[in-house]
Write a protein of this length. Sequence first.
Length: 95
Amino acid sequence: MTEPKNALVRQYQELFAMDNGVLEVDPEALLAIAEKALKRETGVRALRAILEDLVLDLMFELPENPEGLVFRITREAVEGSAPVQRLPRRRKTGS
């Protein structure tokens, strides 16, 4: 899901970057997405559908936050026991 350069996660990360957002997916979340996809028995389509379910609403929040946010997907978010984390974007400071 993260390799090669046109992998699903990277595609969504690029979409988020277009609106000054950052999408982070924890390694445990990737494992949970894969486990969920295996249960659906629909192959790669399940991976895309699960990831899309997680990020679709977030993508509508992006334009409302011009300074950008960091969205972190955790295992708990994939399992539905917690929301996707929304964090302020860290600003780069000049020296």
